[in-house]
Ligand binder design. Structure first.
Ligand SMILES: [Zn+2]
Length: 189
């Protein structure tokens, strides 16, 4: 489906994986021919979300069958912790390491990315154990893009990974063709 034999590409992440995206986001991705990505809380597949305090609490989460369907259309899946708790040194084994096994069991597929829940304060403790857990990379939802002077989610310093050329998405950086383990991050400022 993608150039250079890649099984999936990273485009837009929907954290939590609410089932409503089947009706709203998935058709648009299909129409554009660009798969998306879901970051799933490992304990919350195919059930109404039960994360006390979350504004998504009670919303139905994608089932394994729905995720299978998305993945067969090129979508990717990452692990978004076990309970969406802030990640600390104390709970990282549970929330980052064990959650990968739990999610892989729930989905019956390999999970190679960890998506930090909440905010980037949870990044250091997540990154510290990610390699041991077997992830190839760690992504964050946002890096405080909104400030008094910066209201744009997409800014000049946002990492560019793909460009549309001749009606297809091509890697923006030739070195990305060689390896799919590279990560690009939004520089500070
Ligand atoms: Zn989240």
């Amino acid at each position: 489906m993608w150039p250079h034999g890649k099984r999936w590409v990273y485009s837009i992440t929907y954290d939590e994986g609410c089932a409503a995206l089947m009706d709203h986001a998935a058709p648009i991705h299909r129409e554009l021919g660009i798969p998306g990505h879901v970051a799933l809380v490992a304990s919350q597949v195919g059930v109404p979300r039960s994360v006390p305090g979350s504004s998504y609490d009670g919303m139905m989460i994608l089932s394994r069958e729905q995720i299978d369907g998305l993945c067969s259309g090129g979508w990717g899946v990452s692990c978004h912790s076990l309970t969406h708790a802030a990640i600390t040194e104390e709970n990282a084994d549970e929330e980052v390491v064990r959650s990968r096994l739990v999610l892989e069991g729930a989905l019956g597929r390999e999970v190679l990315l960890f998506c930090v829940p909440g905010n980037n304060d949870s990044y250091p403790a997540s990154a510290a154990v990610a390699a041991r857990a077997g992830y190839l990379g760690v992504v964050t939802i946002y890096d405080k893009p909104f400030s008094a002077t910066d209201h744009e989610a997409i800014t000049a310093n946002i990492p560019v990974m793909g460009i549309v050329k001749g009606g297809r998405v091509q890697p923006a950086h030739p070195e990305d063709i060689a390896g799919d383990k590279a990560m690009r991050i939004k520089p500070k400022g």
